[in-house]
Design a binder for this molecule. Structure first.
Ligand code: CAA
Length: 243
C-alpha cells in the first residue's frame, strides 16, 4: 500500500514509521490513522522486522493531537464512533502488537499524540519535547485511551493533574513522572531509538511477543496476569527460539 500521510522505511530489521504532516504538526486525521493501522499490521507480519520506531516529520512535533478540524462539528454519536474506531484500529492494535514499538518523541506530543506514544511499548523523547493532554481545554476528554494508559503509567493522582490542568510538561519532567523512559538531544533521538532496537533484536522475537502479552494481560479487567504469565511461560518452551 502506498501512503499519503506517513513514510515507512525498513532498514536492518527496523521499520521506521514517520508521520508526515509537518504543516499540521503531524495531527492525526482519519487517513493518517488508517495508514498507521495498515503500516503497523504490515510491520508485525513481516518477520524481517524486529522493532518498529514511530516518530514525527520535522523538528517541531511528534503529533500535536487528533486533527481538531476533522471533528469540530461532530455529534455525540460521531464522537463515540471516532473514539471507538480509533481504539480498535490503532491504539489497542499498537499496544497489543507482538513486535516492540518505540515512540521517538521529537517535539510536541499532545492529546492523541501522547495517547499514541503511551500505546507504544517504549518512549524516548528529545529534550525539546512537550507533553500534554489539552482535551478538557477544548471541552472534550481523551478519546484514544489516554485516561486509562496515563493512569497505568503515572498513577491516578498525577494522571488527573495532567488531564485537569490541560497543561504541558517538558521532557525531563515527563521522565521524572515515568511518562517517558529516556530523554536525549534531538539530533541523537533516532540514534538512541535505533540502538535500543538493535539491543532488542538480539533477543528472541517469540519470547518478546509472549512477554508483551503477559505484561498487557495485567491491565485487562477480569484477566489474571499471573495466570497469563504461567501460560505464556509454558508456550515459550514450545517455540523454535527456545529449542
Ligand atoms: N489538529 C489540526 N491542526 C493542528 C493541530 C491539531 N491538533 N495542532 C496544530 N495544528 C495546525 C495549526 O492549525 C496550524 O495550521 P495553519 O498553519 O494551517 O493554521 C499548524 O498546525 C501550526 O500550528 P500553530 O500555528 O498553532 O503552531 P504554534 O507553534 O503556534 O503552536 C501548538 C503549537 C501549541 C502545538 C498548537 O498548534 C496547539 O495548541 N495545537 C493543538 C493541540 C491540541 O489541542 N491537541 C489536542 C487535540 S484533541 C485530541 O487529541 C482528542 C483525542 O484524544 C481524540
Amino acid at each position: 500500500m502506498s501512503y499519503n500521510t506517513i513514510l515507512v522505511e525498513v532498514t536492518d530489521a527496523v521499520m521506521t514509521i514517520t508521520i508526515n504532516r509537518p504543516k499540521q504538526l503531524n495531527a492525526l486525521n482519519g487517513e493518517t490513522i488508517a495508514e498507521l493501522s495498515d503500516a503497523f499490521k504490515a510491520g508485525e507480519s513481516n518477520t524481517a522486522v524486529r522493532t518498529i520506531i514511530i516518530t514525527g516529520e520535522g523538528e517541531k512535533a511528534f503529533v500535536a493531537g487528533a486533527d481538531i478540524k476533522e471533528f469540530a462539528e461532530f455529534t455525540v454519536d460521531q464522537g463515540r464512533e471516532l473514539s471507538r474506531s480509533g481504539h480498535q484500529n490503532l491504539f489497542d492494535l499498537v499496544e497489543g502488537l507482538k513486535t516492540p514499538v518505540i515512540a521517538a518523541i521529537n517535539g510536541y506530543c499532545l492529546g492523541g499524540g501522547l495517547e499514541l506514544a503511551m500505546a507504544c511499548h517504549i518512549r524516548s523523547a528529545s529534550d525539546n519535547a512537550m507533553m500534554g493532554l489539552p482535551e478538557v481545554s477544548l471541552g472534550v476528554i481523551q478519546g484514544y485511551g489516554g485516561t486509562q494508559r496515563l493512569t497505568q503509567l503515572v498513577g491516578k493522582g498525577k494522571a488527573l493533574e495532567l488531564i485537569m490542568t490541560a497543561g504541558m510538561m517538558k521532557a525531563e519532567e515527563a521522565k521524572d513522572w515515568g511518562l517517558v523512559n529516556h530523554v536525549t538531544f534531538q539530533n541523537e533521538l533516532m540514534g538512541m531509538a535505533e540502538k535500543m532496537a538493535s539491543r532488542i533484536a538480539k533477543n528472541s522475537p517469540k519470547a518478546i511477543g509472549l512477554a508483551i502479552e503477559a505484561v498487557n494481560a495485567g491491565q485487562v479487567d477480569g484477566v489474571n496476569g499471573y495466570n497469563v504469565e504461567i501460560e505464556k511461560f509454558g508456550e515459550a518452551f514450545g517455540t523454535e527460539d527456545f529449542t
